[in-house]
Design a protein around this ligand. Structure first.
Ligand code: SF4
Ligand code: SF4
Length: 199
């Protein structure tokens, strides 16, 4: 799917765990609603008095993850920035229940943020084999994950026999179908020539 389709899916899922770092450098998480999306941006909000707000302003970066009832996970990590408070109007129009939480002028304590550059992943655990796909907002430096097989592979087939998702194909060298890989590392731990390395 394209990025805009994944963003639309995130809007429909709505509730995501958002992670930042606290003042001691430890992970801090909370559930935040995806308030709006367009083709290449995602919008959420928080109040100026919250620690989350201070962490966003300091770090300008967030990681978020959520799951559908069908075991489809979406993650997205990337750069965020505060945008004009004028965005509160379309956000409240798209999410009328916000009027109950912040009625009248109290909405003025809120600030809207947009995630504008980052890397996301769709991960479907309900399929066999599992399926994953990476998508991008803006032009981030790609962060590759998982494993790959190098030229020192001797085509013994041990990894293919052990792989829980049967996603390693024969060849010289053998090859991992990245879209079906769990990133578990079982193949790398058992390769006799250490031909399998992290990407
Ligand atoms: S176990 Fe190592 S050497 Fe054997 S097929 Fe797999 S990658 Fe190649
Ligand atoms: S990391 Fe796990 S799932 Fe991926 S190819 Fe290796 S054994 Fe298979």
């Amino acid at each position: 799917m394209e990025t805009k389709e994944y963003l639309q899916m995130m809007r429909e899922m709505k509730d995501f765990t958002f992670a930042t770092l606290d003042e001691d450098g430890r992970p801090a998480t909370r559930i935040i609603d995806v308030m709006l999306v367009d083709d290449d941006r995602l919008y959420f909000l928080t109040a100026r008095g919250k620690e989350f707000y201070r962490q966003l302003m300091d770090q300008q970066f967030v990681s978020m993850t959520g799951m559908t009832k069908n075991w489809e996970m979406l993650t997205l990590s990337g750069r965020v920035k505060r945008v004009s408070q004028e965005m509160l109007t379309p956000v409240f129009e798209a999410n009328p229940s916000m009027n109950d939480v912040y009625p009248g002028d109290s909405r003025g304590i809120l600030e809207v943020f947009c995630l504008y550059e980052g890397q996301g992943e769709y991960f479907n655990l309900s399929k066999t084999p599992i399926y994953r796909e990476t998508f991008f907002l803006g032009n981030p430096v790609e962060h590759k994950k998982g494993y790959e097989i190098t030229d020192i592979c001797i085509s013994c087939g041990i990894c293919a026999g052990l792989c829980p998702q049967k996603c390693i194909g024969e060849g010289e060298p053998y090859i991992i179908r990245q879209e079906n890989c769990l990133h578990c590392g079982l193949c790398a731990e058992n390769c006799p020539t250490e031909a399998i390395r992290r990407r």
